[in-house]
Ligand binder design. Structure first.
Ligand SMILES: [Cu+2]
Length: 477
C-alpha cells in the first residue's frame, strides 16, 4: 500500500511548472488521498531580518522570516508545499529525517533538477512517522543563509502527556548580509597552524570551498539572547521541548539551570526516558526532552562555553508570576549527568527490520581538513565518489571511522538507521538518522534498504559537506 502511494506520488507531482502557472489546477484530477491534505506556500526570497542586538541584515528566507514557518501536521496527513523560487540562484527543499519518496527528497542532481529562479516546484508526501524534523535547502550554503525551519508531525492517536510544548530551533549566524557566505573571519581546519590562525575574507584556500565562519550570533527561533522571549511555564507543569539543531557548523552541549531534563525522543524516535543534566546535540539532530516545572524562578537553558557550542546560546525559562529579572545560568561542573548513544534504548522498537546479519558492509573513513581544503569519505571528494550499492530489502551496515580531529554528524537520507550497540539486544538499538562520529571514533550503524532510489549520505557540517564529505546510496535493481 505504501509502495503504491510512493509510486503514485512520484509520477503525478513534483513536476517543475513554469512561473505563472496555477499549480493547483494540475492536481485537481488526482484521486483524494486518505489523509488530510495540508498545503503550504513557500516563497524562497531575500529579506531583511533582525535577530536582535540591533543589527538588520539581508538573509535568505522562506516567506520573509527566519526560521521559515513551522509546519505542524498530523501523522498520515499529506504535506504539500508549493515552493516558488525568488532567489537569484537555484534552490530545493529537503525534509530532513522524513523517509519521503526519493523524488521528493530535494537533493539537486541526486533526486531532482534544482528549482531555477522564477520556477515553482510542488513537494508532496505523507507525514510519516510522528516526530520532530527539520526542513532546509540542500543547495550550496543556503542553509547557513537562513533557509530552514521546523517540521513537526504529531501522533495520529495519542493524547499528549505534557501540559505545554515548545519547539526550539537552534541556529548559528553570521549576522551580516549574506549570512554564512558573508565576507567574515573563517575558522581554519583543526590542526592547521595549531588551530590558532584566523582567516579574513569570504574565500578560504585558493580554489577550495568556503571554510566555516566564526559565528557572531547564536539564535533560537530567530532571536538572539536577550531579545528572545522567555519560555513561560506554570508551576507543576510538565513541559516538552522539541530541540532541533538547524545550525550549519555548531554542536551544542545544553543544560537547563535548576531542572534535570528527561530525553524521550532521539531524531523523532521514542527512547526509554533517561534523566540527564546536559544534552549534546549535533547539526541535524533532534531531541525531545521534558522537564517538570517544580522549581519556581527565572532560569536559563544555555550551551556550554568552550564546547563546540561557543556558549553564547541562551534561552530564558520563566515561571508565571515570577518577576526576577536576571535569570540563573546553569553551572557546567564535572559530574553533570549526560548520555552517549550507547546509554539510550529504543522504546517501541518497530519490528520491520530483518534480524539476519547485514548483507553488505561499507567501511567509511572520515578524514581531511588538515593539509587540504577538502573533507573526504574513504579519501574521495564528492561528486567523484564510489556509490554505496544496495539491493531492496537488504540489511546494510556502515562502519564509520573518524580519522580526523573534528566531529562529523553523519546523515543518511530516506532511512532511519539503528546504532549498533553490542551490549544490548538488537531490538533495543536506537533509531536515528543523524549521528555524531567523534574525533578518532569508530561507530557502526545498520539500515534496512526499504526505500528505493538514490540517497544522499553526508556530513551535516555544511562546510564539510560542501568540501566533499558526501556520497550516495544507490539501489541496484
Ligand atoms: Cu564533518
Amino acid at each position: 500500500m505504501k509502495i503504491s502511494r510512493r509510486t503514485f506520488l512520484k509520477t503525478t507531482v513534483g513536476a517543475i511548472l513554469a512561473s505563472g502557472l496555477r499549480p493547483l489546477s494540475l492536481l485537481h484530477a488526482l484521486p483524494e488521498p486518505k489523509g488530510q491534505v495540508r498545503e503550504f506556500r513557500f516563497s524562497a526570497s531575500p529579506a531583511t531580518v533582525n535577530l536582535g542586538l540591533g543589527r538588520d541584515f539581508l538573509a535568505w528566507t522562506y516567506n520573509g522570516q527566519v526560521p521559515g514557518p513551522e509546519i505542524r501536521v498530523r501523522e498520515g496527513d499529506i504535506i504539500r508545499v508549493v515552493l516558488k523560487n525568488f532567489l537569484p540562484e537555484d534552490t530545493t527543499i529537503h525534509w530532513h529525517g522524513v523517509p519521503v519518496p526519493n523524488a521528493m527528497d530535494g537533493v539537486p542532481d541526486v533526486t531532482q533538477r534544482a528549482v531555477a529562479p522564477g520556477e515553482i516546484f510542488i513537494y508532496e508526501f505523507e507525514a510519516q512517522p510522528a516526530g520532530s524534523f527539520i526542513y532546509h535547502s540542500h543547495v550550496n550554503y543556503q542553509l547557513d543563509q537562513g533557509l530552514y525551519g521546523a517540521l513537526i508531525i504529531e501522533p495520529s492517536h495519542q493524547k499528549p502527556l505534557y501540559d505545554r510544548e515548545y519547539t526550539l530551533v537552534l541556529e548559528d549566524w553570521v549576522m551580516r548580509d549574506g549570512g554564512g557566505t558573508a565576507p567574515t573571519q573563517r575558522r581554519p581546519p583543526m590542526g592547521m597552524m595549531g588551530g590558532m590562525m584566523r582567516r579574513r575574507g569570504g574565500s578560504s584556500m585558493p580554489a577550495g570551498p568556503l571554510l566555516e565562519p566564526l559565528y557572531d550570533g547564536y539564535a533560537v527561533n530567530g532571536s538572539v539572547y536577550p531579545e528572545i522571549a522567555p519560555l513561560e511555564v506554570g508551576k507543576g507543569e510538565r513541559v516538552k521541548l522539541r530541540i532541533l539543531n538547524a545550525s550549519s557548523a555548531t554542536i551544542y552541549d545544553l543544560s537547563l539551570a535548576g531542572h534535570p531534563l528527561r530525553i524521550t525522543h532521539a531524531d523523532g524516535n521514542p527512547v526509554r526516558p533517561v534523566e540527564i543534566d546536559m544534552l549534546r546535540i549535533g547539526m541535524g539532530e533532534r531531541y525531545d526532552v521534558e522537564f517538570v516545572a517544580n522549581n519556581p524562578g527565572s532560569w536559563l537553558l544555555t550551551a556550554r562555553e568552550g564546547g563546540f557550542g561557543e556558549g553564547m546560546l541562551r534561552v530564558p525559562v520563566m515561571y508565571r508570576g515570577v518577576t526576577r529579572k536576571d535569570p540563573v545560568s546553569p553551572v557546567f561542573h564535572r559530574g553533570l549527568r549526560f548520555v552517549t548513544y550507547w546509554d539510550l534504548q529504543a522504546h517501541y522498537p518497530p519490528d520491520t527490520s530483518p534480524l539476519e546479519p547485514p548483507k553488505r558492509l561499507y567501511p567509511q573513513t572520515l578524514s581531511g581538513g588538515m593539509h587540504s581544503p577538502f573533507w573526504t569519505i574513504n579519501g574521495q571528494v564528492y561528486p567523484n565518489v564510489e556509490p554505496l550499492v544496495v539491493r531492496e530489502d537488504e540489511r546494510v551496515r556502515i562502519a564509520y571511522f573518524n580519522r580526523s580531529m573534528m566531529p562529523h554528524p553523519m546523515h543518511l537520507h530516506g532511512h532511519f538507521f539503528k546504532v549498533v550497540n553490542p551490549s544490548l539486544p538488537q531490538e533495543r538499538w536506537i533509531w536515528k538518522d543523524t549521528i555524531i562520529v567523534e574525533p578518532m571514533q569508530r561507530l557502526d550503524i545498520e539500515f534496512h534498504a526499504d526505500n528505493p532510489g538514490n540517497w544522499f549520505h553526508h556530513c551535516h557540517n555544511l562546510y564539510h559537506m560542501e568540501a566533499g564529505m558526501a556520497n550516495v546510496v544507490v539501489y541496484q535493481p
